[in-house]
Design a protein around this ligand. Sequence first.
Ligand SMILES: Nc1nc2c(c(=O)[nH]1)N[C@H]1C(S)=C(S)[C@@H](COP(=O)(O)O)O[C@H]1N2
Ligand SMILES: [Mo]
Length: 254
Amino acid sequence: MSLLTRKRAALADHRSALAKVERRLFLRQALSFGALTMLAGCDLEAHDDDLIDRVLWAMSRWNDKAQAALFDPNRLAPTYPESAMTRPFPFNAYYPESRTPLVNGDDFKLEVSGLVDDKRPWTIPMLRALPQTSQVTRHICVEGWSAIGKWGGAPFRVFLERVGADMRAKYVGFKCADNYYSSIDMATALHPQTLLALDYGDAPLPPKYGYPLKLRVPTKLGFKNPKLIGAIFVTNDPPGGFWEDQGYNWFSGS
Ligand SMILES: Nc1nc2c(c(=O)[nH]1)N[C@H]1C(S)=C(S)[C@@H](COP(=O)(O)O)O[C@H]1N2
Ligand SMILES: [Mo]
């Protein structure tokens, strides 16, 4: 290989490392440009991948803390008139729509575990008996699209109060029927717009939008809105998430 070819190859490597960086880092929040420039200035070699990885994870953890500190528990996400709803509302998951699991609502039981007083499972009628509300908000996906939808259900705060959740715990985690999983910080769980959604539009969620239960969090990016929820737990151990564990920033406020 000529020197030029080798230099080009090294540069291509470096570029793909930076592309990875961009994919991994949270795009909408203040990303430390200086840090990126510093990394870009390094003479990156293939064997530095591990180091780059560790630096990026550390930056992302720092970013989580900054976002948590900046999060205003009373600031509301914008709401829209029903006429602004995107029709049809897009479907997205880590698989095609035809593979959406069909959950049987009749024998559905939501499991509740971790730092809560009452671990009794919840049926759909029990969830519907909670005070219901609805909102029209914008869903923003990291994949580069956003859409406005209407979700109805119980304020998640009310649910957490009913199960006697330890509100000083750090995280609430979710497990889904399609093996997806995610988690949010307690401040966001208690935010007035965070909904344990049972409805899309004015009807029960269709399977593709998460039947029977979805967490609608308008203050976070789409991937932190788990659909097809089967279990909820309260914990102080970082539960991570399907995309979060692959490098998407964990806090991911929108
Ligand atoms: N159970 C489950 N929830 C999920 C996902 C998934 O693959 N499985 N994908 C997430 C992502 S990336 C997005 S953008 C939204 C899409 O929700 P929608 O199909 O209602 O538009 O669901 C989120 N919640
Ligand atoms: Mo997404």
